[in-house]
Design a protein around this ligand. Sequence first.
Ligand code: NAD
Length: 375
Amino acid sequence: MQKFKISTEVCFGKDSLSALETIKAENAVIFTDAFLKKSGTADKIAGYMKNCAHISIYSDIKPDPPVELIANALDFLLKANADVVVALGGGSSIDAAKSTVLIARKQTGKELPLIAVPTTSGTGSEVTSFAVITDKEAGVKYPLVSDDLLPVKAILAGKLVASVPPQITADTGFDVLTHALEAYISLQANDFSDALAEKSLEIAFEYLPEAYKHGDNELAREKMHTASCLAGMSFNAVSLGVNHGIAHSLGAHFHIPHGRANGMLLPYVMWYNAGLDGKVDERTAAKLAKIAKLVGLPAFNSKAGAQNLVNKLKQMQRELGIPLTLKDAGVDKQSYESVKAHIIKSALNDACTATNPRKLKAHDIDVILSNIAKF
Ligand code: NAD
């Protein structure tokens, strides 16, 4: 038996931030990063929280939140005696808040509801049971998985994303494409997850280039925020694949932003999964061909459709400035060679790889990596 559940309430539309007015608490804590504090966004969010007696802001969250940060954040949360937490920011802020709240609930016995307000359109973390924490020393990103990590409410406000610079828009946008495509071809994919992934892809292929070129285009930002959330709902139900398995390890070793690492690998992982290197995998190729058609590409048979989608992804990489090689992403050959075996091993052991449609051995990861390991 398979099950499908979306338990987070999603607030969206022009006045979505007014949902913050309904939060009632004695002590509320906003989790965010230094940029969103400095830019005044965190104070703006606090301004909406009229029914909270005291609001404190924790703004020390760093990209790819490391294990040590969680201890520090927990200390802040306990001292503030928080009874509600609002996570404001990209996946890093939301994941750090999710992990910290989970521990705080265990320590205090409080309900401690979590409300997520994403400010990037990428991770979908506002509706997922995942939180990714980085162990920099071990060079590993750990995805924590528990339904207890799910925010009770997600507030989508595209206007909060308007300040995201083009490169981060490209990185996070490719994260959306990767989530939706990996969920769509996941071994666990079903009609419910497919519906969410298809809509996400339809929107992202149409609006990502515009959001990248004209960040102040409100419609494009709103649409990409929706696409990100839909992709999050889809992969939350059926997990991901080897693209994420490799990207987690690349990100942990070389500090390549998560979405960028995903985006660099995406055409090659889809090419490999569809069997375009040799014997075509009919199921995956047919699904990719369906997406090709959906986004207006020719697909007179499965193989041609899948290949056209791969080509489109490569074209978008160039259009949106995604680095095409590890060298372009700032990695030198010696550093890569010294950890290559570890990257391959971590990718094979990563929880996301388990639902990849093509069964993989070390050699297969090596073949995928060889497309970007050019120095
Ligand atoms: P991020 O949260 O690390 O933010 C990237 C940068 O964008 C930061 O410097 C941040 O300050 C800046 N930023 C955020 N909002 C901004 C805004 N409105 N204007 C200007 N700058 C802004 O990036 P991300 O891609 O959103 O999150 C990546 C993290 O999420 C990684 O750790 C990744 O592993 C994790 N992740 C989690 C899930 C999940 O389901 N929990 C899924 C995918 C990825």
